[in-house]
Design a protein around this ligand. Structure first.
Ligand code: NAI
Length: 497
């Protein structure tokens, strides 16, 4: 029975081993007194819902209950290969604007890794931007041979995730936050991500900052992981780096994950549905338990979270283990026996690793944000003066750069624009280039204002008219306006320019 004081949480058990590990986790929560403050409302998501022809993989009821609760606790879910079904995880994060993926990586007793054997304790977190970047899935076939995926990084989207990283650092007492990026190559997209990191950092003066190029970060993480505390990354880089980090602490089964948004947050196991062991009662529930602990802390139930954490650590320390990890010379136990061992340890503390502080009082603080009346516009920069400086037109063409240049110069002859550049796969091939540059059937031609034409003297219609003229004899695949923002170029130069 739910009471009006209880915090509501939507629960989707998931597919494969999902129901087994979710039932185990909820039994543990019940034993730890979580249900005194929380009412779990089961909803349907996953393979069964896809099989009913629902391409979102979640029922309307599941959407309603999750939106009412503001929290979704989910087991792993299978995504059908091919067809119209999209990953529920990606759909849920994007639909509910869970913009920050927070994953904690911590050495656990009884979970042997090369680092634990070397006596290196790992304890850090990754905050991954969760919505933007190439995960927008904006992809097009542009010519016979060229496919494009648009990489979208916004200033307010970056601000949100950086602010979450610094707020988390402040909350958990972390002294230094790093930003991982590739701004040396993607100067504008990763550039804005890094700029916004530095800007948001000014609101957290007590926290030190550092930035690191993502490839160097991977090396550093393997060589000396203990040098990091919190690292914030763009989506794709964060996705890859967080799985690398899971490997440092024993695999995906030991890395919890929280997807945090302003209104709705999602807590989930990071591993998949493990179809090979589903229904056999041998799955390891640790990842889901760890994610559940993050969820309890998110709603202010620090006492219960710390009690469960200590019981889990004490259990792992005692050598009790499921078949996927631990001392192979000792027999493994099943999901229920493993859970029972944790329940039996409630109130105990680990001896070989620091125990979590258990607050005297349960203090649930979660307050549901009111439902927005519509999609909100989030903005970082307003009122910048923008001026049209030209346009890039993208063409599907088999011509040589020289032949293309002649055609384009003819098209621009009596317009305010002159042809300034042709590039192929980002490399300049006209007015100068290398004979060694191989070209594919997709060019960018850049037109900029002729000498003497004042920037800002007209809007974009002249560019559209030029594209129209080019389109009379060429296949125009796409078009990007070149603009300045407060006098600063809002476009990159080609390699070799
Ligand atoms: P998987 O993580 O399900 O399995 C990989 C290996 O790890 C298997 O040998 C499995 O038995 C083992 N394993 C995973 N979790 C375990 C646990 N808790 N205890 C013991 N052993 C465990 O990855 P796979 O096989 O690539 O994916 C299977 C399905 O899961 C796919 O349909 C995929 O789309 C889905 N998936 C869902 C995710 C989610 O909902 N968050 C994440 C990753 C995959």
């Amino acid at each position: 029975m739910s009471t009006s004081q209880q915090i509501q949480i939507a629960v989707a058990k998931g597919d494969g081993i999902g129901p087994e590990i979710m039932d185990a986790t909820l039994e543990l929560f019940k034993a730890a007194g979580v249900m005194n403050h929380v009412h779990f409302r089961e909803v349907r998501m996953g393979a069964g819902v896809f099989a009913e022809g629902n391409s979102r993989g979640m029922t309307d009821e599941a959407i309603r209950v999750t939106e009412e609760s503001g929290i979704l606790f989910k087991g792993p879910m299978g995504t059908p290969s091919g067809g119209g079904g999209k990953s529920i995880n990606v759909t849920a994060r994007k639909m509910w604007n869970a913009f920050a993926n927070y994953r904690v990586f911590k050495t656990l007793p009884g979970v042997e890794t090369v680092y634990s054997k070397a006596g290196i304790a790992i304890d850090f977190a990754i905050v991954r931007e969760n919505i933007e970047d190439t995960y927008g899935g904006v992809e097009h076939r542009l010519s016979n041979d060229m496919i494009q995926c648009k990489r979208l990084i916004s200033a307010p989207g970056s601000d949100q995730v950086h602010r979450f990283a610094f707020q988390t650092a402040r909350k958990v007492g972390v002294k230094k936050v790093h930003c991982g990026h590739k701004a040396n190559i993607m100067k504008m997209t990763d550039g804005i991500f890094l700029d916004r990191f530095r800007s948001v950092a000014k609101d957290f003066p007590e926290i030190e900052t550092g930035d690191v190029i993502v490839d160097a970060l991977c090396l550093n993480l393997v060589v000396k992981p203990q040098q990091y505390q919190i690292i914030v990354l763009p989506n794709l880089q964060g996705d890859i780096v967080s799985d690398l980090c899971a490997g440092l602490v024993g695999g995906l089964g030991f890395a919890p994950s929280a997807n945090i948004g302003n209104h709705i947050s999602i807590f989930e196991a990071v591993h998949g549905t493990a179809p090979d062991i589903a229904g056999r009662g041998i799955a390891n529930p640790t990842s889901l338990v760890l994610s559940g602990m993050m969820m309890l802390r998110h709603i202010g139930m620090n006492k219960e979270a710390a009690t469960i954490e200590n019981a889990l650590l004490a259990t792992l320390e005692s050598g009790v283990h499921t078949g996927d990890f631990g001392d192979k010379s000792k027999p493994s136990v099943g999901t229920n026996e493993f859970t029972r061992a944790i329940i039996d340890n409630l109130g105990n503390k680990p001896k070989t690793v620091p125990a979590a502080d258990v607050p005297a009082q349960a203090d649930p603080t979660f307050v549901r944000e009111p439902k927005p009346s519509g999609p909100r516009m989030i903005r970082t920069f307003k009122n910048l003066v923008t001026q049209v400086a030209g346009c890039d037109i993208y063409l599907d063409s088999p011509l040589s750069p020289l032949a293309l240049a002649e055609e384009m110069q003819r098209a621009a002859a009596d317009t305010p624009f002159k042809l300034t550049l042709i590039s192929n796969r980002g490399t300049q091939v006209w007015p100068t280039g290398s004979v060694y540059t191989e070209c594919v059937d997709y060019y960018r031609v850049r037109f900029e204002l002729k000498d003497g034409v004042t920037a800002g003297s007209f809007g974009q219609s002249r560019c559209v008219a030029l594209m129209d003229r080019v389109a009379e004899s060429f296949t125009v695949c796409s078009y990007e306006l070149l603009r300045t923002f407060d006098g600063v170029k809002g476009y990159s130069l080609a390699q070799g320019q």
